[in-house]
Design a protein around this ligand. Structure first.
Ligand SMILES: Cc1cc2nc3c(=O)[nH]c(=O)nc-3n(C[C@H](O)[C@H](O)[C@H](O)COP(=O)(O)OP(=O)(O)OC[C@H]3O[C@@H](n4cnc5c(N)ncnc54)[C@H](O)[C@@H]3O)c2cc1C
Length: 418
């Protein structure tokens, strides 16, 4: 991506971060021209002023850039690596349904709004970019294979009914009719079916968001890491990066589990930390499983092409993104107990990602304390894909000075130390 720093005589191209740039210009001198050259380090470049600078190009940053640019703001998105290659790429793309009534808690309102928006965004993104995000209302099955899971499942059914989410309790034979590949070992204590559960293909969704941002004129800077902010009179005045100084009217931090480190020098505590999740991708036969199968925190997500994702672990290991033999073998054991027919499936790939987690497991959404033009949207833990569209809408409302349609007060609790 080519960027144009505000240094005369410009414009210049950016080739690789921290390379010195050669600037050339020409001036009339007597009857001829003289050419001038100067070299400049990228980190000294000052860029054009934007309406909003977003820091972190995961699904949250990209969705917000998409939404804000659609509302007419000039937006720049800076990402220290490649866009959408961290937690957002690693996720399984499960979108559980939202309630149609009784959404008393703001988190339920956020979920419900996102569930309404996802099919609209999928259609809109396809129209704008030609990319199919893989959004499908495939349905989800929840199974309990132990007493504790059975109790949780009973609560899930009650809560779903209260919020008018379609739910069917299943007998063993009904479960076998819907998903014949599931184990018939007498250990299924309870099961239910949520027909409105959906899935999305994360890499395709991120690709579509990125392409749509380009079409909407979002300025994108990859390989650009924000190190610190300049602050004056209760406002951020600039973001300093390895590739220059960026200035904007407003700043929004969407740096996932790395958000906390970014604010430490501002004495603004942010209780967010990484929780690793590992995934195994199998290549199986198309149609062997058709719905998402959930058991406790683990799941099988079948794709139409026969691939099956097995997820996921919750590992409290800091910023370690490796997969481990223990994690992968426990996922395989889980999958084969639940669906023994997967035993002959090929293991295509394994990976891990770092979820941004908060102590109360709610995202952090809002304005940063004591900084009138700085905002944060992070800490989505296991539901970042699911909540991304609604997060973009409410944060866009806040950043543009409107009253957000959902009360964001409960999402400010984790603006304190872990
Ligand atoms: C295995 C796994 C399975 C999951 N499954 C699901 C699921 O089924 N459904 C669901 O809804 N969610 C799921 N999630 C959760 C979801 O993926 C996350 O909540 C979501 O991706 C968080 O998005 P994000 O944009 O906040 O973070 P990220 O995607 O991590 O993006 C943050 C970005 O900020 C950049 N950055 C960091 N520091 C800086 C800096 N200083 N300067 C510039 N850029 C910076 C990073 O490079 C990164 O690209 C899953 C997660 C994992 C790991």
């Amino acid at each position: 991506m080519v960027s144009y720093p505000l240094i005369p005589p410009g414009p210049i191209g950016r080739f690789k971060s921290d390379w010195p740039l050669v600037l050339s210009g020409r001036q009339r001198y007597n009857d001829g021209w003289i050419l001038g050259f100067a070299t400049v380090r990228l980190s000294d470049c000052v860029y054009l002023m934007d309406d909003c600078l977003i820091i972190g190009g995961g699904v949250i940053g990209l969705s917000l850039a998409y939404e804000l640019s659609g509302r007419g703001l000039t937006v720049r998105l800076v990402e220290r690596g490649q866009m959408g290659r961290e937690a957002s790429w690693a996720g399984a793309g499960i979108l559980p349904p939202g309630g149609k009534q009784g959404n008393d808690r703001p988190i339920d309102q956020l979920t419900a709004l996102s569930c309404r928006l996802h099919p609209q965004w999928a259609k809109q993104l396809r129209e704008e970019t030609g990319i199919d995000t893989g959004y499908r209302r495939c349905g989800g099955i929840y199974v309990a294979r132990g007493p504790a899971e059975a109790a949780t499942l009973a609560e899930l059914v009650t809560d779903a009914r209260r919020r008018a989410i379609e739910v069917d309790e299943l007998s063993a034979s009904q479960l076998a009719d819907l998903e014949p590949a599931l184990a018939d070992d007498g250990k299924m204590l309870a099961a239910c079916h949520l027909p409105e559960e959906a899935q999305i293909r994360n890499p395709r969704h991120l690709k579509a968001l990125l392409a749509a941002c380009v079409r909407r004129g979002v300025r994108l800077n990859t390989g650009t890491s924000v190190h610190r902010f300049d602050v004056s009179d209760g406002r951020i005045t600039a973001a300093r990066t390895n590739a220059g100084v960026f200035q904007a009217e407003r700043y929004c931090l969407t740096a996932g589990c790395w958000s906390r480190a970014l604010l430490e020098h501002l004495q603004t505590p942010l209780a967010v930390k990484p929780v690793r999740g590992q995934i195994v991708l199998l290549q199986s036969q198309p149609g062997r499983l058709t719905r998402i199968i959930n058991q406790g925190p683990r799941y099988l997500v079948p794709r139409p092409d026969g691939r099956v994702l097995i997820g996921s672990t919750e590992d409290d290991v800091g910023f370690d993104r490796r997969t481990t033999s223990e994690g992968i073998s426990s996922l395989l054991r889980f999958a084969l107990e639940l669906a023994p027919g997967l035993a002959d499936a090929e293991v295509e790939r394994t990976w891990a990602g770092l979820r941004p987690a908060t102590p109360n497991r709610l995202p952090i959404l809002g304005q940063l304390p004591n900084l009138e033009n700085a905002f944060v949207a992070t800490g989505h833990f296991r539901a970042g894909l699911q909540l991304s569209a609604a997060t973009a809408v409410v944060m866009s409302q806040l950043i543009r000075g409107e009253q957000p349609q959902i009360d964001l007060a409960p999402f400010r609790a984790s603006l304190s130390r872990c």
